[in-house]
Each structure stands twice: as structure tokens, then as C-alpha cells.
Design a protein around this ligand. Structure first.
Ligand code: BYC
Length: 318
């Protein structure tokens, strides 16, 4: 293709983005747009399936049948979200095997938050309320992202995340209204999960190398700092409602900006965790590798069955 032809395709592509049209898998797209989407969608898919681990660990220890059923459904939903997202990512021309290889070798990232341990039952409340709450704020914005398969996957994911957030808040509310020990457990969960939840939105805008281009392509509809602020403003009144406090002396209402100010986050800790040195990174990746290895016979059996079917269909056609 000549340079002029490529330039014309690029211009048409930019015009479609400016018009808020969805880009579909068979449409022409710049190589960098394709790669950036593979990076973000795969990171998102990996986060969903790694995110099943801290909560999966509590299913057998849920305090009642009702709590167990809800937690089981939530963890199962996360597996489903991973599947939609891997499928959306595959439409960009990368195989499932390659995506898993990138996760297992550390080439692809997943959300920093899942490298923290879930040590008490209150952590199931804190994860649902805060982590899923943060995820909704981020993902509702992604419903209007420019890549069609990603945007459509987000619609259902957001509906399910909303149930997750409510089940988490309900656990926290019950504990906060319970015995002094239960209330202390809820407060401890909030204390440990609050700052890592704020870091889920990624580095501050001035330190975020991908934001500018991703906003131009309408992959990101809001910046990291805008989403973080929206999350803080939404969550502080919820904690006030159930009598819990935040581990941040600088958190206070700012009348001028009509939002909460909050303290500086520990970005050294964030990068340590992202680079593989968080409390649970090794454990998480080895659990995922084990699941991949243990599932080999299922993949092999499915392939063998598909081949058999194909042969039978061919025979019938002859
Ligand atoms: N953790 O330029 P930036 C869930 C990386 S799962 C790790 O701002 P970008 C749930 C970033 O990848 C929620 N790494 O990047 C599941 C980049 O590195 P690379 C997951 C992070 O992409 C189970 C570098 O830092 N949600 O809901 O423009 C149970 C510079 O950052 C993180 C998504 O994945 C992080 N927190 O913006 C419960 C949503 N933050 O790739 C809940 C989709 C940044 O250049 N993703 N990095 O090597 C996004 O919206 C964006 O990718 C991000 C980052 C806002 C996360």
C-alpha cells in the first residue's frame, strides 16, 4: 500500500472516531490502535480471572449458606467476564494461548489490587464494595469506548459488577452494625483495601504514558485522575452511612471543587506491586499456571471431539 493510501485510511479512521462510530474487528485500524487494545483488554481479562483467587479462597468459609451462594455466583461471574474479554481480545488477531502465555510469563500485567491478601471475612465485603465499586466507575466509562466488541462486553459486565458492589456493601453494613468485634473487622478491611483500591485507577495523569493517546482514540473516555476522584466522591458518603472511617488524615470535603481532597498515594508501593513484588504476586501467578496445566486434558478432549465431528460432517457431505 502506498503512503498516500495509508494516509487516506488513517484520515477515514480518525473521522469515524470523531463521529463516535464503533470500530469493528474487520475494519481497518492503525496497528498501534490494535496493539493498545490488545494490551488493555488482555490486562482487563487477566484481572478478572486473577481476581477470582482472593475471593475463591473464602467460598468454603462463608459464614452462612446465603453468603456462600452470593460469593460463589460472584466469583463465577468474574470467570465469565474473563471469557467475554478474552473473546473480545481475540477479535484483534491474537490467540488465547498467546494471551495466557503473556500472563504466565509476566509480559502482560493484571490489576495491582489482586496482589493483596484477603485475610478475614470482612475482606469479602471490602473487595465487593471497594474493588468492584472502583471497577464499575472505570467500566461504565468503557461502555462508550470506541472498539465495538470491548464496548459491548462492558454492558453486561457492568450490570453484574453492580450486583457485586451491593453484595460487598451489604456485608460491610452487616458487620458495621454487628458486635464491636465485627465492626472492628469491617474497619480493618476498609483500612487495608482503601488505598490499594485508589491505586487501581493507575498512575496520576501526569505519570500515565498511555492516557493521552487512549483518550484521543476514545478507548479511555475519562482519565485516571478523573475516575479516581469520582470513586472517592461516591464512596466517602457510603462509609459515613455505616459509621466507618478512612485511613487518610487528608481526606476532607472541598467546597470549591465540590469533591473530596485526599492524601498522596504511595506510588513506590504501587510500582513494586505492578513489577511483581507485591505480597501475593508469586502465589497468584503460580495458581493461574497450575489451572492452565490442570485444564490441558479438557482442551485436548474438546479438540479431539471437534476433529471427530469435523471428520463425521465431511463423511456425511461425501
Ligand atoms: N495495575 O498509562 P497508564 C475487576 C499499568 S478487574 C497494574 O495509566 P492505561 C474485578 C498500565 O497497564 C479491574 N498495572 O495505563 C475483577 C501501564 O503499563 P503498560 C481491571 C497498572 O492502560 C475481579 C502503566 O501502568 N480493570 O474489575 O492507560 C474481582 C501506566 O499506566 C495499573 C481494568 O483492567 C494497575 N492498577 O490505564 C473484582 C479496566 N494501572 O501496559 C473486580 C481496563 C496502570 O503500558 N483498564 N497500570 O505496560 C483500564 O481502564 C486502564 O488500562 C487502566 C490503566 C486505567 C487500568
Amino acid at each position: 500500500m502506498s503512503e498516500r493510501e495509508i494516509k487516506s485510511l488513517e484520515d477515514q479512521f480518525e473521522a469515524r472516531i470523531a463521529n463516535d462510530e464503533k470500530i469493528e474487528p474487520k475494519d481497518w485500524m492503525p496497528e498501534k490502535y490494535r496493539k493498545t487494545h490488545i494490551r488493555q483488554i488482555s490486562q482487563h481479562a487477566h484481572s478478572e480471572i486473577v481476581g477470582m483467587l482472593p475471593e475463591g479462597n473464602w467460598i468454603t468459609r462463608a459464614p452462612s449458606l446465603r453468603r456462600k451462594v452470593a460469593l460463589l455466583a460472584k466469583v463465577q461471574d468474574e470467570g465469565g467476564h474473563g471469557l467475554y474479554l478474552y473473546s473480545a481480545c481475540e477479535t484483534l488477531g491474537i490467540s488465547r494461548e498467546e494471551l495466557f502465555h503473556q500472563l504466565h510469563t509476566g509480559e502482560a500485567k493484571y490489576s495491582s489490587i489482586f496482589n493483596y491478601p484477603a485475610v478475614t471475612w470482612a475482606d469479602m465485603g471490602a473487595i465487593g464494595w471497594l474493588v468492584d465499586g472502583a471497577a464499575i466507575i472505570n467500566q461504565v466509562a468503557l461502555i462508550s469506548t470506541s472498539y465495538g466488541p470491548y464496548a459491548r462486553a462492558m454492558v453486561r459486565i457492568c450490570k453484574e459488577e453492580s450486583f457485586h458492589q451491593r453484595q460487598g456493601f451489604e456485608i460491610m453494613m452487616t458487620l458495621a452494625n454487628g458486635t464491636p468485634e465485627q465492626k472492628a473487622m469491617a474497619q480493618d478491611g476498609l483500612n487495608r483495601w482503601w488505598l490499594p483500591s485508589l491505586m487501581m485507577f493507575g498512575p496520576t495523569d501526569d505519570q500515565s504514558p498511555n492516557t493521552e493517546q487512549s483518550v484521543k482514540w476514545k478507548l479511555k473516555r475519562k482519565t485516571n485522575d478523573e475516575l479516581r476522584q469520582a470513586f472517592v466522591d461516591q464512596t466517602v458518603p457510603q462509609a459515613n452511612l455505616i459509621g466507618l472511617t478512612f485511613p487518610d488524615p487528608d481526606l476532607k470535603w472541598n467546597e470549591e471543587k465540590k469533591g473530596y481532597d485526599f492524601g498522596k498515594l504511595d506510588w513506590d508501593e504501587f510500582w513494586q506491586v505492578v513489577k511483581g513484588h507485591g505480597p501475593c504476586n508469586k502465589q497468584r501467578i503460580s495458581a493461574r499456571i497450575k489451572a492452565w496445566d490442570d485444564g490441558k486434558w479438557v482442551r485436548d478432549a474438546a479438540m479431539a471431539y471437534a476433529e471427530k465431528q469435523e471428520k463425521a460432517n465431511l463423511q456425511e457431505a461425501i
